[in-house]
Design a protein around this ligand. Structure first.
Ligand SMILES: Cc1cc2nc3c(=O)[nH]c(=O)nc-3n(C[C@H](O)[C@H](O)[C@H](O)COP(=O)(O)OP(=O)(O)OC[C@H]3O[C@@H](n4cnc5c(N)ncnc54)[C@H](O)[C@@H]3O)c2cc1C
Length: 395
């Protein structure tokens, strides 16, 4: 790590590349530490349109609300259990309930979380709608080129997501493809008739050979009704350079991959949930992951998906992004010089990221890559399988 002991945190100029969850949370943390913060976000306006479901663990939710990163009354649906469902013709259209796993989660809409954070970014933070095309560590500072115009900063935070440019410049490498993708859909609950497909307070996991699907309800954006949110993990041999496909852009071939699996393996109730999704609502996210060697290199530091990128099975994307900001805020409270702040921030965030990436790989192998014979498993079998997967003791 480059040392620059003379530079005080308070009053320093910091650029944050990316204005999504990690960018907003980091901007809040740095503004509280007395930095002059500039956020560069390439997307115009509200980022909420693509909002799918996210789950946050109850303790994390309360920690973020206590720390003032979002309001305790942020709309969310409590989730107390996960129903593990296995297709079984003898069990009827809902499938067999193999295990009801207790949970303490809050389910919400990505757009709600982002709006809550964005509202808390203080007015003192300069927000530029601009694409960053270059970042350079100059030794005594860093240069950020946005829309062709260079600017000088003391420190740059890469909060620029899974394909982060700042991570690459900081020597963090490139994410590797996991060999499978996530098909997702999300629509108003009224479309399925009066009875919601998922009981209140429950998330559902539908398990089948070579993959699984999850389904739960999430709040709509303000003024809109509750939404059904589902996601299915299916193998997809890499077609080469596949980026995330936002709603409405999934082609016939990729939609057909989903149709075939739904037809072959989904209990009728869950097949209906997926089939109620219009093509304009269908999205696809190829699954990548990456553990970075460092969260801080010279004048560059990483936050959110720009740092370690864990697979979505861990359900930690939003949580980790806000925890990174909290860790940065805590380091800035304890130390007033940047070298000490970065020395305090880097090792625990790097270790935490690596743990999540490893957990995501274990969950991916157990639930997609090397699925067990679900149909033969009873409740005890599910519990043992889950424990050994999470603990890393699975053979
Ligand atoms: C519009 C949107 C919708 C999402 N919806 C969901 C969801 O429903 N459920 C879910 O689990 N996760 C969702 N995510 C991903 C989720 O936000 C992340 O996995 C996690 O919260 C970590 O966020 P992040 O801020 O690190 O990365 P991201 O959310 O990926 O944000 C990175 C940001 O950096 C900006 N950026 C990238 N490169 C540049 C550049 N060169 N110059 C300027 N800006 C740049 C991007 O426009 C983006 O806003 C969404 C992300 C986005 C951007």
């Amino acid at each position: 790590m480059t040392r620059f002991p003379g530079r005080r945190v308070r009053g320093s100029r910091v650029a944050v590349v990316g204005g999504s969850v990690a960018g907003c949370a980091t901007a809040i943390a740095l503004a509280r530490a007395g930095c002059a913060v500039t956020v560069f976000e390439r997307s115009r306006g509200v980022l909420a349109d693509r909002g799918f479901g996210i789950g946050l663990a109850g303790p994390a939710w309360r920690e973020f609300a206590d720390a003032g990163y979002f309001a305790a009354e942020t709309p969310a649906l409590p989730c107390r259990s996960r129903a593990w469902i296995v297709a079984d013709p003898a069990a009827g259209e809902a499938g067999r309930l193999a295990w009801r796993q207790p949970l303490d989660l809050l389910l919400t809409n990505w757009g709600i979380v982002w709006r809550g954070l964005r509202e808390r970014v203080p007015d003192t933070v300069a927000w530029h709608t601009a694409t960053v095309t270059g970042v350079r560590d100059t030794g005594d500072g860093a240069e950020v080129t946005a829309d062709g115009v260079p600017g000088r900063f003391d420190v740059v935070v890469g909060a620029d997501g899974y394909a982060s440019q700042v991570r690459r410049i900081a020597g963090g490498g490139r994410p590797g493809y996991a060999g499978y993708a996530l098909w997702r859909g999300n629509y108003p609950v009224s479309r399925l008739g009066t009875a919601p497909p998922v009981p209140a307070g429950t998330g559902v996991s539908v398990m089948f050979p070579g993959g699984h699907a999850v389904c739960y309800l999430i709040p709509g954006l303000p003024g809109a009704q509750t939404r059904v949110n589902w996601a299915a993990y299916l193998p997809l041999p890499r077609p080469g350079g596949l980026l995330s496909l936002p709603p409405g852009t999934v082609g016939d071939g990729l939609a057909a991959v989903l149709d075939r699996v739904v037809e072959a393996h989904f209990p009728a109730r869950w097949a209906r949930v997926v089939r109620a999704t219009t093509r304009a609502e269908l999205a696809l996210q190829p699954i990548y992951d990456l553990a970075v060697p460092r969260y801080a290199t010279g004048r560059l530091l990483l936050a959110g998906d720009a740092g370690a990128l864990a697979r979505p099975h861990t359900g930690t994307g939003v949580t980790k992004a806000i925890q990174d900001a909290l860790a940065l805020e805590a380091a800035c409270r304890e130390h007033d010089r940047w070298d000490a702040v970065l020395a305090a921030y880097d090792p625990p965030r790097t270790a935490n990221g690596a743990e999540l990436v490893a957990l995501g790989r274990r969950l991916g192998a157990a639930q997609v890559g090397r699925t067990p014979d679900w149909a033969a498993m009873d409740e005890g079998g599910f519990q043992r399988w889950w424990r050994s997967t999470v603990e890393g003791s699975a053979p």
